[in-house]
Design a binder for this molecule. Sequence first.
Ligand code: MG
Length: 361
Amino acid sequence: MREDMLTIGAFAKACRLSPKALRLYDELDLLKPGRVDPDTGYRYYAVAQLEQARLVAWLRRLGMPLARIRQVCALRPADAAREIRAYWARVETETAVRRDLAEFLVEELSAVSASASVSRKDTTMLELRYCAHSDRGLVRPANQDTAYAGSRLLAVADGFGPTGHPASSAAIDALRVLDTPEAPTGNVLNLLDDAVRGATDAVRDAVDGDGEDAGTTLTALLWTGSRLALVHIGDSRAYVLRGGGLFRITDDHTVVQSMIDEGRLTPEEAATHPQRMLLLKALTPTATPDLRLQDAEPGDRYLLCSDGLSRVVPDGQIRDLLTSAPTPDTAVHALTAAANEAGGPDNISCVVADVVDRTTT
Ligand code: MG
């Protein structure tokens, strides 16, 4: 055997991969042995292959799938670095969604166990004052958005494709089962999940024949009496104005946002990217919406809007208009007017809701 060749056992020990893993990586073309003895079938590895094998071991420890490791290993170091950064950004995004779900479950189960004791939340009488409005804008021939506000449910849906309007209105109609006169009882997560499933079925029926060319976004808040449960998919947005600051509580499910997250695009480049309108996810049976539970505080002002507002009116102006409007109604109309003043290139939908203490108003 040549001096610079190692047996599979020695190589495995040196790179901290098992011989079994090395045989698998050989079969997958991920890490081919330097030489295979034609008589015995034994695999031999060159010392120079150790560095690549160690990289494979590290990437396995990151949890990267083997197919992606094969791609990374074929790249030059700078490109490999970019790929690893992109992979990790995706992991963090997915983990954030799962973290929200975990917090949601903890909140739900804690609320059940604390239901016997009286907390501040149970004695504070909070309710919503709200207004919803949807506007065609100045350019589009029709309005495909749907906006809704009731005492328990706030929702915006932005339909797209030839059957965009039936899609957005079907989604909201299906969710309206949640807008009962009393605060929903039972597990809010299950209630929302069932309602979203109903909305997904309704959208599928509404766009029948248009396939993936038509569909809708959905961003909705369900009021439980002290909290708001958020369900969100697509690029409509939810914000809260609290303590003078405007905070966005949704992430855009767009192709460019995922490219920004992965470090492939700057926010400045995204603003003019040709595919900036392309959705990563919409309300379909295979896509999973984000769910989040938000504690409400008296004085909170919530805004749900379609991208017809958020793409043309900067966050600073949205904050100023929300801050200065005395009521949800005036806020909604000021925001709509601002989007139209900016050219009104898309349909504009806004829902504004104030959390008020019933006992002091
Ligand atoms: Mg739109």
